[in-house]
Write a protein that binds this ligand. Sequence first.
Ligand code: NAP
Length: 539
Amino acid sequence: MTEANSAPEHDVIIIGAGVCGIYLVYRMLELGLSVTVLEAGDGPGGTWYWNRYPGARFDSESYTYGYSFSKELLDEWNWSEHFAAQPETLRYLNHVIDRFDLREHMQFGCKVQGAAFDNAANLWTVTLEDGRTFTTRLLFTAIGMLSAATMPRIEGVDAFKGPSFHTYNWPHEGVDLTGKRVGVIGTGATGVQLIAEIADKVGSLTVFQRRPNWCAPLHNAPIDDEEMARIKASYDAIFARCIETPGGFLHGPDRRSYLEVSEAERLEFWETLYASPGFGVWLGNFREVLMDETINREFSDFIAAKIRARVDDPDVAEKLIPKDHGFGSRRVPMETRYYEAYNRSNVTLVDLNETPIECVTEDGIRTSAGEHEFDVIVYATGFDAITGAFDRIDFEGADGSHLKDKWQDGPVTYLGLQTAGFPNLVTLAGPQSGSVSTNFPRGIEEAVDWTTGLVRFMREHGYQRVEADPGAEAEWTEHVKSLYGFGLATTTKSWFTGYNSNVDGHDTLRYMVYFGGAPKYRERLAEVVDNDYEGFEFG
Ligand code: NAP
C-alpha cells in the first residue's frame, strides 16, 4: 500500500498508442503533465499496426479519418487514395508522432496485465506482464474497441501443421500466398476485404461462411495532386459536415422521407447510392431503411438483386444473400469486387449451415462433407468487441472489486467514460461512449478534448480524484439501453449488440454502443461541463 501523500511517478498513464492514444498524449503534453504511453505492440498505430492482412483499408474517406486538430498537419499530409490502405495509415500515424515529438513519451512492448487503485493515495499502480510496475494519478485507456481478437472455438485449431493466424495477427514479415491453397473462416468486414484482395493471387481459396453479410461497393479511387489540393482547401467544410452527421462521416441520412418520394425516384436514388463511394448506401439512405422493417426489406431486396447480378452461379448467389437480417442492421462491409471473386474457378464457398466444420486437422479443415486440405488457414473471425480489451486487463477498483466482474452482464458506465468504483480511470473509446459508434478519429478527438478539459478542471481546483456517481451511471446506462428500442440493429446478433459465439457469456444482448448519434452525445458532454461536471464526484 502506498502512503497517503506519496506522489505517483506520472500524472497520466495512457494505455495504447493507437489513434486515440496518440492524440491524447499530445494534449496531455500540452498541459505540461508527466505522461507516458504503454503500448503492447512494438510500434504505434493500434488497429493500423496489427491489421496487416492484404486488403486492409479504410472505409471512411481518408480525409475524414485524419486528425483535424492541426492545420499544419492537414496541409502537409497527402492521401493517395479516397480510402487509404493500412500501410499508408500506419505511415500517417508515425508521421503525426514524429511531427509532434510524441515518440519519446511512448514505451513499446508493454503488455499491461493489471492496474490497481490505491484508495488512500488516489493513484493507480499499473503492472506489466513482464512484472514492471508504474504509478500514476490518472489512468486513461486508449485500448481500442476491436483489439481483442477471438479465435473460433473449433476442435483442433492448434493441430494444423502449416501457417495459420487471425487476421489481426497477420505476420509482420508478410505471407506469400502466391499459388497456395488458402482457407478463410469468416465473412465480416475483414474477411470480405481479404477475400476480394487475394482471390486472384492464391492457387485456390476456400471461404467458410457461417452467416453472409450485406456488402456494398467501396468505389475507391486514387487522389491526384490537384484533387488533394481541392480537399485541403475544403477541410473546414469536410469537418463541419462530419460534425453534423450522426456517425461523424460525410454521409448522413437523406433529408427526405422515404414516403415522400415516388418509386421511380426512390430507385434512381438507390442506384446513385450504390454507385457512389463509401458508406452513403448505408448511412446516407432514407432514415426509414434502418428503422422500418418493411422499408428495410424493400432495400434489402434491391441489394439482393445486385448480388444476384454480380454472381454467376445462382446457388452461390443465394448463399451470399443474408436471409436472417436486413441490410444495415449489422455493420456493412465495403467491398471491391468481392462478389466477383466467387465467379473465379479457384474460389469455393462453403456454407457452414449445410456442412458445419467438425475440426481443424493437421492438413486442413474437416466439415461434415469431408476434408479440405490447405497450405495456409486464415481466421477472419472477429473480436471480443469493445469490452474484450478491458476484460483482458485486471482493473481493480477502490474497494478491491474487479472491472471484469462489474461488467460481467454487460457494461455500466457514465457517458462511456467512467465507471463507478474506479476513480481516476477514464475509459476513452469505452463501451457506451460516443466514439464507438462514430468515424473513430472524429469521435475520439471529442472524447480526448473533453478529457483534457476534465484534467484542466481538476488541476484548477486542486483535485486528485474523480469518480462517476453511481446514480449518474445508472441513468446513463438506462439511457443507452433505451436507445436500443429504435432502429433495426437490435434485431440481429453482431458485435454492435455484444454477441460473440467464441466468448463465454456473450450469447445475450449487451448494451455496448451509444446509438444516440454524435451530435446528441456532444451536446450531453457539453451540458455536463456547463453544470460543473455533474455526475462526477471530485476529491
Ligand atoms: P466480424 O464482423 O465479427 O466477423 C467475423 C466473422 O467470422 C463473421 O462472419 C462470423 O460469422 C465469423 N465467425 C466467427 N466465429 C466463427 C466460427 N466459430 N465459425 C465460423 N465462422 C465464424 O469481424 P471482422 O470482420 O473482423 O470485423 C469487425 C469490425 O472491424 C467490423 O465490423 C468493422 O467495424 C471493423 N473493420 C473495419 C474495417 C475498415 O474500416 N475498413 C475493416 C475490417 C474490419 P457470424 O456472422 O455467423 O458470426
